[in-house]
Design a protein around this ligand. Structure first.
Ligand code: SF4
Length: 423
């Protein structure tokens, strides 16, 4: 699924610059100077809705897959000129459950991507093409087809290997399906695999998490994402919590799990390179790194969000609206934000501070000076305070979270945003 840190950045900013964009020509109609090198595609179908999920998905009745794919192909052709024929560095197809799309439609989609974009970097495995898969629906036929279309990485949603905890999350897959799916991906020649885990599930103990980490590590993937369970507004999980159906994990236990996951994964050679992401050196998710480094990417599909030429936008989420609204191939857009230097600085600090590589503080402060000279001392005070407390390290010109500082990056990011917004 698309990393929603970006979207949350948009939602947390003052809304004055937002305006409804539905039915207008989208921002990517005007080619900018630099081409986009990344592409996100959202496939919204799921077999049911997991209780913690706030990504846009609909329960798949299989009757709209054809119309969706035809619409998506038109959108891809419309946005492709913004890559200016340059080879894409990364593609990420998320959802939803992309592996639910029928094989013949995958054939059409992969052909459209290949016809519309230069995949030379991806086909030589110097670029990255990831597809999210559900362990139950990642069939050998699908994986072989994906590989033939240039896919060189799969992201498998394991979440837990413990049946009771999967049930709490309302995840329906069989944990036994995960190793089978990883083996099938390897058998299809897909060179990179990633697993997603969730922890701090109600009722989960540290020993249960350890069991999940053992099971995940035994599959020897080069990338594992480990996310804390979050209770997003409007999800079934949040409603169940408010009805008292369970108690959320204690904060101390959650912090212990956060550190334990890093310790176990790091001990196995998968280093934390982002708050929730661990990889062998060189196996970091290149597409998500493009998000966190504030690069440009194009977006296609319902609810997909893009960043290009300083604009941020999100496609209309509802599938029927997405299928029906077609402006010369472009999708209808909501949440459009035009270029804004203050917002861009906040986003750079907010996502950069989540990375082990950190951010170039001198460059960020130089941007801040151009906006408002009072921002610099406010940001410096925050950096000094967290450096003294041992949560940030400074190797000029960069600042980065220390191992225990990762636990506080959301708080540090909020303070940065307040420092930028204070007048
Ligand atoms: S499979 Fe993924 S996208 Fe679909 S409902 Fe579950 S968590 Fe959400």
């Amino acid at each position: 699924m698309q990393d929603h840190t970006e979207l949350r950045v948009i939602r947390q900013r003052p809304s004055g610059s937002s305006r409804p964009f539905l039915g207008c020509s989208p921002p990517h109609a005007s080619p900018p100077n630099a081409p986009a090198r990344s592409l996100y595609i959202h496939i919204p179908f799921c077999s049911h809705t997991c209780h913690y999920c706030d990504f846009y998905s609909i329960v798949d009745t299989r009757d709209r897959q054809d119309a969706f794919t035809e619409r998506l192909v038109r959108e891809l052709r419309a946005i492709a000129p913004n890559a200016s024929g340059m080879p894409l560095e990364s593609i990420f197809i998320g959802g939803g459950t992309p592996s639910l799309l029928r094989l013949n439609l995958w054939t059409d989609l992969l052909a459209a991507i290949s016809d519309s974009f230069d995949l030379s970097l991806i086909r030589s495995d110097a670029g990255e093409f990831t597809v999210e898969c559900n362990p139950d629906t990642a069939s050998p036929d699908l994986l072989a087809l994906l590989r033939s279309g240039g896919v060189n990485r799969v992201s498998m949603g394991a979440q837990s290997f413990h049946v009771a905890h999967l049930k709490t999350l309302e995840r329906w897959h069989d944990p036994e399906a995960v190793p089978r799916a990883i083996e099938a991906a390897r058998g299809a020649g897909i060179p990179r695999q990633s697993l997603d885990l969730i922890y701090a599930i109600p009722g989960q103990s540290l020993a249960d998490l350890d069991h999940d980490l053992d099971a995940a590590l035994s599959l020897n993937t080069e990338h594992i994402s480990a996310y804390t369970l979050t209770y997003e507004p409007g999800t079934a999980m949040t409603a169940r919590l408010s009805r008292g159906e369970f108690t959320r994990a204690d904060e101390d236990l959650e912090a212990d799990m956060f550190e334990h996951a890093a310790s176990r994964l790091g001990g196995a050679g998968l280093d934390r390179y982002e708050v929730s992401n661990f990889a062998r050196p060189g196996a970091e998710c290149r597409h998500n790194m493009a998000y966190w480094r504030q690069r440009q990417w194009l977006a296609a599909g319902p609810s997909a969000s893009g960043h290009f030429a300083g604009h941020r936008w999100k496609n209309v989420p509802r599938l029927d609206d997405y299928i029906d609204a077609d402006d010369a191939g472009f999708a209808a857009i909501i949440d459009h934000e035009p270029p804004d230097a203050r917002r861009a600085l906040g986003e750079r600090l907010m996502t950069g501070i989540r990375l082990a590589e950190g951010i170039d503080l001198d460059a960020a402060l130089a941007i801040a000076d151009g906006l408002d000279p009072t921002i610099r001392p406010r940001i410096r005070r925050i950096v000094e305070s967290y450096t003294q407390s041992g949560h940030l390290s400074r190797i000029a010109p960069r600042i980065a979270p220390t191992p225990r500082g990762f636990l506080l990056v959301d708080r540090i990011a909020r303070e940065f945003l307040d420092a930028i917004d204070s007048q």
